[in-house]
Design a protein around this ligand. Sequence first.
Ligand code: IVH
Length: 669
Amino acid sequence: MDAKTKRRAEELRRLIEYHNHRYYVLDSPEISDAEYDELFDELVKLETDCPEARTPDSPTQRVGAPPLDKFPSRKHSLPMLSLNKAMTKEDFLDFDRRMHELIAGEGGLIEYAVEPKYDGLAVELIYENGVLVSGSTRGDGVSGEEVTANLRTVKTIPLTLQNKKPPKLLEARGEVIIFKSDFEKFNKAREKSGDELFANPRNMAAGSLRQLDSRITAQRPLRFIAYGVGIVDGITISKQSETIDLLDSLGFKVSEKRGVFGSVDEVENYYNGILSQRDSLEYDIDGIVIKVNSFHQQEIAGELSRSPRWAVAWKFPPVQKTTVVEKIDVQVGRTGALTPVAHLKPVSVGGVTVSRATLHNEDEVRRKDVRIGDTVIVQRAGDVIPEVVKVITEKRTGKEKEFKMPGRCPVCGSPVERAEGESATRCTSLYCRAQQVERIFHFTSKGGMDIEGLGYKTVEILVDKEIIKDIAGLYLLHKKRDILLGIERMGEKSVQNLIDSIENSKKRELSRIIFALGIFGVGENMAGLLASHLGSMEKLKEASVEELEEIEGVGPIVAKSIYKFFRDNNNISIIGRLKDYGVKFPEETARPKEGVFSGKTFVLTGTLDSYTRAEAKREIENRGGKVSSSVSKKTDFVLAGVDPGSKLDKARKLDVKIIDETEFKKLIG
Ligand code: IVH
């Protein structure tokens, strides 16, 4: 290998790892994916042409190595201890009291370093002179399995440390986790391909890390968060907080949620703060870890055989609980889909009482084999509807009853039907009350006709009292003022506002009307596409399945659904009445390729006053611009609304121009 090749290989390795770190750890890329791929491809080619240029720390090795027969065992140079648990505030206060007793003579001052307790798998990574040489699982704490090839595939694990003068030896410890969103995506794909599903992100992380074929591990979205060290040779640290800062500076992902506190009250506030964010975090956590910050004080407190005295895990209430299915009934949604719902003996899950859990559809009930009377594990994650995770079959008595999807809609009594290849069973009647309410409510939504003053309850009353039976009926409400005034909580003023709001909605753009119709599969973005490509309601009505499929972004299922929608006489008559009652159906001009935003890329963050996301996107695209989902150096504008997210920070970091809604309106004239 000539010196030039060697130098270029080194340079490419360094560059790729640098950009990896920016992308995966800092979440702030400096180059486009295409530019990254170019660097990567160049290194692959160089290593193929000249195999001596390939080193074990080359980013190309992240794709995995040939399979092993089994994992060698590896003894940890310092044991990987576990943590004592605190289940209640009193347990934590006991811990604090013990610490003050043990660490006397320090003026009573104890600082605690606090961070989330990740629900993943502990591993240790060994770096010699800044290069990753080995990685192993925690195992029984004394020795674990060496899974180096697998860990090399994890993008947030640096193959070389980001430091000119790395320590001679560094044993980094932390947790391998999977983001909840990655887990969902992965499981969805497995469901499609008929593979067995993972129960939770933790199980998936464990299963992925213990693959003998690291090429499989490389396909799994694993991440690593560092929280501690074993032996460190070459750098002196004296506190837990310094450890995390060191790991951060070496290129590891560490918790941005960590804190150092001097009082139990502050720790308790932290606990409550993290608990309230639990659902919105990208990964699962099951509590917080509280560590005495000073290493000197840690030594005084000492260790028990399996766990240190100087640390405790203050756990959160569990998000999974066991309960009993009392009955299963069926709800009907806007598109007429029948959803089986389990009624449960109420249990408190993660601090919220749960008495119902969705069973999604018929196949799901079969797959999980949920029967009436079963003892089940329920789970509540985020704002989503609680779910039945699994049945505890050992508790069956034989008296459990199987669920059967009804042959008729439980709301209107019409026959139900399940189309081939679809998981949903649907009510066939367009006049079904459940569908009527859902459809009308959807029609008035912010991204649709944006009619204010009509809550779900009010729509239910209007439908039940047969004041309106479909969306067109809304435009006759001004003639039914007296009836409206008779409804509970509807005063003069709210009735007037509602009528004004309905009147105003007659001018809505085509894309909103299309969305508001509630066609199966047509969301805000899709409605925008249809409006700009077809230009008028007439064209949309007449479009054939083939014409619809030609529009980029419209797949065969949605194309068919749109086509079918406009072949239904009832739907056509409703649209005709909307027109008769004054809804304008403005035409939308085809999207120009050129405009004030030609060649410009926007990123949207936060909520805007006068536009939904899809509308802002359309305004930009109608003027030749593009909207991208993440901020990079290539972004021209970040349009920031209320409550902007991390994209705004990133824009500031990268010096990208930030505009607010007023400036945006000026730009589009
Ligand atoms: S510190 C002595 N910090 O909890 C210190 N552990 O029960 C022990 N864990 O095996 C580890 N998040 O898998 C520490 N921020 C965190 C953690 C954490 C999760 C896990 C780790 C360990 C287990 C101990």
